[in-house]
Design a protein around this ligand. Structure first.
Ligand SMILES: Cc1cc2nc3c(=O)[nH]c(=O)nc-3n(C[C@H](O)[C@H](O)[C@H](O)COP(=O)(O)O)c2cc1C
Length: 373
C-alpha cells in the first residue's frame, strides 16, 4: 500500500482561531505547482484524508481537484494524528491501494519517521511517499520525500518541456511492484515498458555486461543451453533482420529499442539427447540479463510474439536449437509523443499479480502454504 503524507501549505500567522488559519497566496500558488508535479509523478491516491483545520482542508482541496479524486475530512488527521489512526483508516485497503493524508506537524514528520525508521523533518507543503508491506501498516519504506522547493523546480522543468513542444509531457510511469514483503530494488523496479528512446543507443560496455549476466546463470549440468542473436540499433541491417521476425503488434513499439535480441535454447544436446531443462535455463539466463540491464536503467521487454520459423530460416538455426523469445532492450523515452494512445495507456496501467496463496502450496496441491496465514 502506498501512503502519501502531505503537510499543509504556508498559512497566515494570525486568524480568529488556529482552526481558521487560511493558506497564504504564496502557499496556494506553491501547492498548485505541487499538485501538477504530483500528477506527473503518477501518484494516484484513490482518497485523501484531511484534517478539518482550514489550512489543511484548503491544501487537500487543491490536490484533490488536480488529481480529480475524493476528499474525506477526518478528525483523526487533526492534531495528534498517530500511527493507530493510519492503521484504522487503512484497515480495509488492499496492498494495491494508495491513500493520502493531509495534516500538521509534528504528526506528519513523526509518522513518516515511525513508519520508516528515518529522521526527516517535513516542510510546509512537503510530501512523503511511504510504501508499507505488512497488513498492519506498521512498517514502511520511504520511497521519496519532496520539499516545496523541489516541487517548484520540478514544476518549472515540466513547464519548460511543455513549452519545448513535447506533446506528451506526462511523467514516465513508474510502476514498482507493490508487495507485502520488501524486495531487492531491481526486482521491485523491473517491468516491461513499450516506450523506448530510439535516440539513445545502448553502450557497448553495458551490452557486454548484460550478456555476461546471462553467461553466468546457473544451468542443469552447467550445460549453458542458451544462445542469443543480438542486433544493436546502430547496425541497421542486423537490427532490421531481427525486427523482421517480430509480430506486427510488437514491431509497433519495439522499433524504438536500442537492442533487439532473439533468445534460443538448445533443446537437444549435440548427441541428440533431449535437455528437458533447456528452456528453464534459458529463462534463468534472461532473468539475470534483464536485471543487469536495469541496473543501468536499461529496460527489457520480452516477446513471445515473433515468428520462430522465420528466425530459424533467416539465421539457419539448427534443428536441435529452438528460438524461444525475442527481447527488446532500451532506455526509456522521456518524451512519450511517439507512442499511440493505446501504448501510452499500457505503460501507465497498473501491474497485476496473482496472490502468493494461489502459487505457494504445502500439504496438498493447491492448498495455500500454511506459513502464508
Ligand atoms: C516469455 C514472455 C513472452 C512475452 N511476450 C510478449 C509479447 O509478445 N508482447 C508483449 O507486448 N509483451 C510480452 N511479454 C511481456 C508480458 O506481457 C509482461 O512481462 C507481463 O504482462 C508482466 O508485466 P511486467 O513485465 O511489466 O511485470 C512477454 C513476457 C514474457 C516473459
Amino acid at each position: 500500500m502506498r501512503l502519501y503524507f502531505l503537510r499543509h501549505g504556508i498559512a497566515e500567522d494570525l486568524a480568529s482561531s488556529d482552526f481558521d488559519r487560511e493558506l497564504t497566496k504564496r502557499g496556494r500558488a506553491r501547492l498548485a505547482n505541487a499538485a501538477k508535479v504530483i500528477k506527473r509523478l503518477g501518484a494516484r491516491p484513490s482518497l485523501i484524508y484531511t484534517s478539518p483545520r482550514l489550512r489543511s482542508l484548503q491544501t487537500a482541496k487543491i490536490i484533490a481537484e488536480e488529481l480529480d479524486i475524493g476528499l474525506t475530512v477526518s478528525e483523526a488527521v487533526n492534531f495528534g494524528f498517530s500511527l493507530s489512526d493510519v492503521q484504522r483508516l487503512t484497515r480495509d485497503m488492499t496492498y494495491d491501494d494508495e491513500v493520502m493524508f493531509v495534516g500538521h506537524n509534528p504528526d506528519m514528520s513523526e509518522l513518516v519517521n515511525e513508519l520508516t525508521g528515518c529522521d526527516v523533518a517535513m516542510k510546509k507543503g512537503g510530501l512523503a511517499r511511504v510504501d508499507v508491506y505488512d497488513d498492519e501498516a506498521a512498517r514502511g519504506e520511504l520511497v521519496w520525500l519532496i520539499a516545496p522547493k523541489v516541487f517548484d523546480a520540478l514544476r518549472q522543468q515540466g513547464a519548460k518541456s511543455a513549452r519545448g513542444g513535447a506533446a506528451a509531457s506526462a511523467a514516465l510511469p513508474d510502476k514498482p511492484a507493490v508487495t507485502h514483503s520488501p524486495l531487492h530494488a531491481l526486482i521491485k523496479r523491473r517491468w516491461s515498458p513499450v516506450s523506448f528512446d530510439p535516440t539513445r543507443p545502448i553502450e557497448k560496455s553495458r551490452l557486454f555486461s548484460i550478456l555476461e549476466a546471462a553467461r553466468w546463470a546457473a544451468s542443469s549440468y552447467n550445460s549453458q543451453p542458451w544462445r542469443f542473436i543480438v542486433a544493436p540499433r546502430d547496425n541497421e541491417q542486423e537490427f532490421g533482420k531481427v525486427f523482421s521476425v517480430l509480430r506486427e503488434g510488437n514491431q509497433s513499439w519495439a522499433q524504438h529499442a536500442g537492442v533487439l535480441m532473439i533468445a534460443v535454447s538448445q533443446t537437444h544436446r549435440d548427441t541428440g539427447e533431449a535437455n528437458s531443462h533447456a528452456i528453464h535455463d534459458l529463462g534463468l539466463a534472461i532473468g539475470q540479463m534483464v536485471l543487469q540491464a536495469l541496473d543501468y536503467d536499461i529496460y527489457a521487454h520480452q516477446m513471445g510474439g515473433f515468428y520462430p520459423e522465420k528466425a530459424r530460416e533467416l539465421y539457419r538455426i539448427p534443428a536441435n536449437y529452438e528460438p524461444k523469445t525475442a527481447i527488446a532492450f532500451g532506455y526509456r523515452a522521456g518524451d512519450l509523443s511517439r507512442l499511440s494512445d493505446a501504448h501510452r495507456d499500457r505503460d501507465a496501467a497498473q501491474r497485476q499479480r496473482h496472490p502468493l496463496a494461489e502459487m505457494v502450496f504445502n500439504g496438498a496441491w493447491a492448498q495455500p502454504a500454511s506459513f502464508l496465514d
